[in-house]
Ligand binder design. Structure first.
Ligand SMILES: Cc1cc2nc3c(=O)[nH]c(=O)nc-3n(C[C@H](O)[C@H](O)[C@H](O)COP(=O)(O)OP(=O)(O)OC[C@H]3O[C@@H](n4cnc5c(N)ncnc54)[C@H](O)[C@@H]3O)c2cc1C
Length: 418
């Protein structure tokens, strides 16, 4: 174990600021290498953006989380062995021109046999992407996802899928990031953590040594050897890791750039009686309506609603629309009346995820200087996979500077899947 001659009452080899999934994952990687760690979190609970509210027996995610069973970092992060992913029905359902088409689940031949040329083309395209090595995807010309989409004759089906995967209605995201997101979609199944988004950080926090995470501690300044807090004194350390969101990171380290963000609203409804549904994620292919995607979340993960009722979770990529507009669109999408649905919660995140316009570096630096590091979804892709991967990169950089060698298997892939 590393020690410091300059010990104070509050000392750890590494102080991590922020107990979102990236801060918690970084703590795991460092502790596994024998380093002492303290994680300081301003909120009352760990988890950051991955939060779940409990209301009348419903579990309501503050974010419309779509994970993927092929997120490699879920397997590579210590502490997540107990994570159960509940997959959606294969592919997605796209509502367009009053019809619902399943995309991304059929082979091109079966899609053709079902009479849809568009679906067959999309399946063939996704199949080719799934087989491509990441390096080949990253070698493609980079422009916006919208410009790339216009050059492919797949717009009607691909646009709502990309919009949902990237949380970007204008498709200003880098086309390389978009291709990687589609590749991930094609290689796995969309899924949610059983029990709610908060389950993932809860598992990470519970598997850390007791006392590692200190909640209700807001950090005021960060330097290589000293982290100062607003009300809990100073923490001395050999290194500090900044694992906050992008804006808070730039406030604490003014050299960091504040990116643009995508805005997301998540709306939860309870139905009066169970709503029959097969667990599909339903995308709205009509951009005139505000809904990006919706699902009967309790059909995917039954722990999210009490017996006899269903939980419908809907994501809007923008500010909260009028409740009546959403209710009437959901009636159309689900083909059922929504008058007796109960609005449980509307969660609006103006800065939900950092934008990733071209040119976008999926491996932004995590080492500011020896003793000062930064991780989080603004250093990789703006996903849970990206946040976890950035944490492993930052922990690796800390350990290298400490002179600790990592087993080759623990080194981050130069180009892991986004
Ligand atoms: C609405 C929404 C929808 C999303 N949809 C998806 C999706 O479908 N798929 C997907 O993979 N990802 C999605 N994401 C993104 C995903 O949730 C994030 O990428 C991930 O949770 C980021 O984790 P993080 O640890 O980097 O940051 P955060 O979760 O933001 O954690 C940072 C932590 O730092 C703390 N902090 C900040 N300042 C201080 C301070 N001064 N002192 C102490 N602590 C501080 C904060 O309180 C917070 O707990 C979505 C996010 C949102 C908001």
């Amino acid at each position: 174990m590393l020690t410091s001659s300059h010990r104070t009452a509050q000392h750890a080899d590494v102080v991590i600021v922020g107990a979102g999934v990236s801060g918690l994952a970084a703590a795991h990687h460092l502790i596994a290498a024998g380093v002492t760690v303290t994680v300081l979190e301003a909120a009352d609970d760990p988890g950051g953006r991955m939060a779940t509210e409990h209301v009348d027996g419903f579990r309501l995610d503050r974010i419309g989380q779509l994970l993927n069973t092929s997120y490699t970092e879920l397997d590579r992060t210590p502490g997540l062995a107990g994570l159960v992913l509940r997959p959606f029905a294969p592919g997605v359902l796209i509502h367009t021109d009053g019809r619902q088409l399943r995309a991304g689940a059929l082979t091109p031949a079966r899609a053709l046999a079902s009479g849809s040329f568009d679906q067959a083309r999309l399946s063939a395209y996704l199949g080719r992407l799934a087989a491509l090595p990441v390096d080949r995807v990253l070698a493609r010309p980079e422009r916006t996802a919208l410009a790339a989409l216009r050059s492919r004759a797949l717009g009607a089906t691909l646009r709502p899928l990309l919009t949902a995967l990237l949380r970007d209605p204008e498709l200003t995201t880098s086309s390389r990031v978009a291709d990687l997101a589609l590749r991930t979609f094609a290689r796995g199944r969309l899924a949610v953590p059983e029990g709610g988004a908060a389950t993932l950080p809860e598992l990470l926090a519970a598997a850390l040594p007791p006392g590692t995470v200190r909640t209700g501690v807001r950090v005021r300044s960060v330097a290589t050897k000293l982290v100062t807090t607003e009300e809990h004194g100073d923490f001395s350390c050999r290194s500090a890791v900044l694992a906050t969101g992008a804006r808070a990171a730039a406030e604490l380290l003014p050299g960091l750039r504040v990116p643009a963000f995508h805005e997301v609203t998540v709306i939860h409804h309870a139905t009066a009686a169970p709503l029959p549904w097969d667990g599909s994620l339903l995308l709205d292919g009509d951009p005139r309506w505000p809904v990006a995607h919706t699902a009967v979340m309790s059909a995917v993960d039954p722990t999210r609603a009490p017996a006899g009722r269903s939980l419908v979770t809907t994501t809007v990529l923008g500010p909260p629309p009028p409740a009546r507009t959403v209710a009437s669109r959901l009636a159309r999408l689900y083909g059922t009346g929504t008058r007796d649905w109960e609005l449980l919660a509307v969660h609006h995140a103006p800065e939900a995820v950092p934008a990733m316009p071209p040119p976008y570096d999926l491996r932004r630096p995590v080492r500011v200087l020896a003793g000062l590091y930064v991780c989080g979804d603004h250093r990789d892709s703006n996903t849970v996979q990206g946040a976890l991967h950035s944490a492993r990169r930052a922990a690796t950089a800390v350990l290298r500077d400490f002179g600790i060698r990592l087993p080759a298997s623990a080194e981050p892939a130069v180009r892991a899947v986004a």
